[in-house]
Design a protein around this ligand. Structure first.
Ligand SMILES: [Zn+2]
Length: 221
């Protein structure tokens, strides 16, 4: 499987990234930190509250990224979990009581074991970075992903990763932040993003948002 994910998330991730996926009838997972709504941070201008309903209407999926964008390693587990609960409350306030996040992604740094253990009871799976794909046994509380901005827009690196899971099976998750003609150093250009989507589509590998992929695998909860 292949998944596309955006962290924080910048407004451009929905407008440019989401549009590139929608052209192929595909959906992404947006790891949302509700506390960032309306702000501009290192990863660009963030989503507006109105983007949340728009995102869901377009068939995309929401994931949790803590309310306060807590650095995962530096934040004590109790504080981290409180921010996860606050994010869930903000989601309910926006979309109603039935709305839940199926998966989680850790902001900034490596997760603490105590937080991983507790998040396992809340989410089907939690995504991290690691610049690799998931082949063989997978830690569902630390699923690997490949941040597009860290490969210098090298499509060859993407083709090698996609080729690897096409051949051996596995789950390749792409992550990034903004998708803009002048991206921040945490994002990529629309042209590169479209090339990555094209490469994934040509592989014939199923492309699913993370929560749906986890549900299909029967993983978690
Ligand atoms: Zn983040």
């Amino acid at each position: 499987m292949i998944s596309f994910t955006f962290d924080d998330f910048p407004h451009s991730a929905l407008v440019r990234g989401g549009a590139a996926l929608a052209e192929h009838g595909l959906a992404a997972t947006y790891y949302t930190a509700f506390g960032l709504a309306g702000h501009t941070i290192e990863t660009g201008r963030m989503f507006d509250p109105a983007d949340i309903a728009r995102l869901v209407r377009s068939g995309h999926e929401l994931g949790c990224h803590t309310y306060d964008h807590c650095p995962a390693w530096e934040t004590p587990a109790t504080e981290y979990l409180a921010s996860v609960r606050r994010n869930a409350a903000a989601l309910s306030a926006e979309l109603g009581d039935g709305a839940t996040f199926a998966s989680h992604s850790y902001p900034i740094s490596y997760p603490r074991p105590a937080a991983k253990r507790r998040l396992a009871r809340i989410f089907r799976g939690c995504r991290f970075g690691g610049q690799t794909s998931n082949i063989g046994t997978v830690d569902l509380n630390c699923i690997a992903s490949f941040f597009l901005e860290q490969c210098g827009e090298d499509l060859g690196a993407i083709e090698r990763l996609v080729g690897e899971i096409t051949e051996h099976g596995g789950w390749l998750i792409f992550s990034t932040h903004d998708v803009d003609v002048r991206p921040t150093r945490y994002g990529c250009t629309p042209a590169f993003f479209e090339s990555v989507v094209g490469c994934a589509v040509r592989s014939g590998v199923p492309i699913l948002p993370v929560g749906r992929a986890l549900a299909d695998l029967g993983a978690g909860r």
